[in-house]
Ligand binder design. Structure first.
Ligand code: UDP
Length: 195
């Protein structure tokens, strides 16, 4: 793996197999941290939204997602050749982690979607532990009890599926309250997995 600066954002460049290995080790060692995917939409939004740019800067791992970033980074001479995204990586992590009692918590999407997504993942990877679920339409006043529920459930991985830039900003503001839990922004993943 190496770090590649593209439009002032530092990406971690690595092939998918290495990303799975690095992430699974981080999760099972309970290293915590913030993991983001950057696609073209993320980059454009970060250029206009300082809170998102700051969240990405504070991330422990930023993985390049999609052909827009691949094309743009190659054009500027810093090619991010690997296409890494939550839709591919999360099922791989669940698959590889299931035998090691990997536990995940699903936060985000509309009511009931996270529950259906969790049930589908559990069906596909029976050893996987679903530590909990919570929809992504809650108020600031509900945040403390949501954080407490996640802390008590103590998953290895918290998937935050609230879209860009909300999920990155939420993680940036709250990851320090979730020690030993790796937080990952995954966009519309639950909607796909719930289908
Ligand atoms: N979402 C949410 N809370 C909000 C706004 C959106 O949980 O306040 C969810 C929405 O239901 C959807 C996801 O965030 O499941 C965003 O999906 P999208 O594909 O738009 O994400 P992006 O393209 O930003 O990765």
């Amino acid at each position: 793996a190496d770090r590649v600066s593209f439009l002032n954002i530092n990406f971690d460049r690595m092939p998918e197999s290495e990303a799975i290995e690095v992430l699974l080790a981080r999760l099972l060692k309970r290293q915590g941290g913030r993991v983001y995917y950057g696609n073209a939409h993320t980059m454009v939004t970060a250029a206009r939204n300082p809170a998102l740019a700051q969240a990405l800067e504070q991330g422990d791992l930023l993985l390049a997602d999609g052909s827009g970033v691949r094309w743009g980074s190659a054009f500027l001479g810093t090619p991010l050749v690997h296409n890494l995204n939550g839709t591919d990586l999360v099922p791989s992590l669940c698959k590889n982690g299931a035998a090691k009692n990997l536990s995940i918590y699903l936060l985000g999407a509309k009511p009931n979607v996270a529950e259906i997504a969790a049930a589908n993942l559990k069906k596909a990877y029976p050893g996987l532990i679903i530590a909990g679920t919570q929809h992504g339409y809650f108020s600031d006043s509900e945040t403390p009890q949501i954080l407490e529920a996640i802390r008590v459930a103590r998953p290895h991985l918290l998937l935050v599926a609230m879209g860009v830039p909300l999920q990155e900003i939420w993680i940036d503001q709250h990851a320090n309250l979730l020690p030993e839990i790796t937080c990952m922004g995954v966009g519309g993943l639950f909607d796909f997995v719930a289908l």
